[in-house]
Ligand binder design. Structure first.
Ligand SMILES: N[C@@H](CCC(=O)N[C@@H](CS)C(=O)NCC(=O)O)C(=O)O
Length: 268
């Protein structure tokens, strides 16, 4: 993997992977990404040396065959070595260059990239206390991200309880973001950090709910993010401003087009 600081295996495209790639771009680092469309990942060997399976390997008595856990259905083929480095068996799965160390959870993969770069950039703060404050935002984002994952995976058969739970989680998370941006230009202070990167990727992923309305309509439930731009103007202005940065746009451009405000020139 030449001079890459990490190898990531995942389904693609995946905003959880983009967190690490955006940070790598800011830091001038290279990250190797291996993967395939979500529906194809059941035909891959999940391993540091991940690869498409041969037809004869896709059999139930393959020792690597495991039941999928979340976000996938059916059988996935994960090696023992994969599960040794990736104890939860999830993707994105990151590996050190020698494959010996596994890093899991997209926010931790993001941290791994930030720690590999020059501290002068400030992407992970400029002191241990700054880094801890950034971690606070990353943890809050993960809690939100987990709620959003359960909600989006269940949106086609949504219950009022699940909808209400998501509405509460969304309000709690974005209120904190709105408050933080009331006194600083970026989430954790005066400059861009990995807290902003995780925020943009996870909120953009959650806003896919706007493309998945059928289940909500069938249950006569509103979008959780209905009119959120008006309720949380600072949070959304921050989101829109960052998505316009080239380091973000290259990954998130098409993915976020459905909710970005039309620019004055486009609307004429
Ligand atoms: N919070 C995790 C979420 C990772 C996750 O849950 N990945 C799911 C797919 S969305 C997975 O790999 N599932 C594997 C399985 O079903 O066995 C992150 O941000 O990395």
């Amino acid at each position: 993997m030449s001079d890459s600081v990490l190898r990531i295996f995942s389904y693609l495209p995946n905003p959880r992977v983009w967190k690490a790639l955006i940070a790598a771009d800011y830091l001038g680092l290279s990250v190797e990404v291996i993967g395939d469309k979500p529906k194809n990942l059941g035909n891959w060997l999940w391993d540091f040396d991940a690869r498409p399976l041969k037809e004869e390997e896709k059999v139930p008595d393959n020792p690597n065959a495991r039941s999928s856990r979340r976000g996938f259905s059916g059988t996935l083929y994960k090696t023992d070595a994969f599960l040794q480095t990736q104890p939860y068996g999830t993707v994105p799965a990151a590996f050190s260059a020698d494959g010996k160390t596994g890093v899991f959870e997209s926010n931790s993969i993001l941290r791994a990239v930030a720690r590999s770069g020059s501290a002068e950039h400030g992407l992970y703060g400029r002191s241990a206390m700054d880094a801890s404050r950034i971690d606070s935002f990353l943890d809050a984002t993960l809690v939100f991200g987990r709620e959003a994952q359960v909600y989006l995976l269940g949106i086609n058969e949504i219950s009022a309880e699940l909808h209400q739970r998501m509405a509460g989680a969304f309000e709690f998370f974005v209120e904190g973001i709105e408050r933080a941006l009331g006194h600083h230009a970026y989430l954790a202070g005066d400059e861009l950090t990995i807290a902003d990167i995780a925020f943009v990727c996870d909120l953009s992923q959650f806003l896919r709910e706007r493309l998945m309305r059928a289940g909500l309509d069938a249950a006569s439930l509103p979008l959780v993010s209905e009119a959120a731009e008006q309720t949380y103007p600072r949070a959304f202005a921050h989101l829109f401003r960052l998505i316009e940065q080239p380091q973000f746009t290259q990954y998130l451009g098409d993915y976020t087009e459905h909710f970005l405000p039309k620019s004055a020139t486009e609307t004429g």
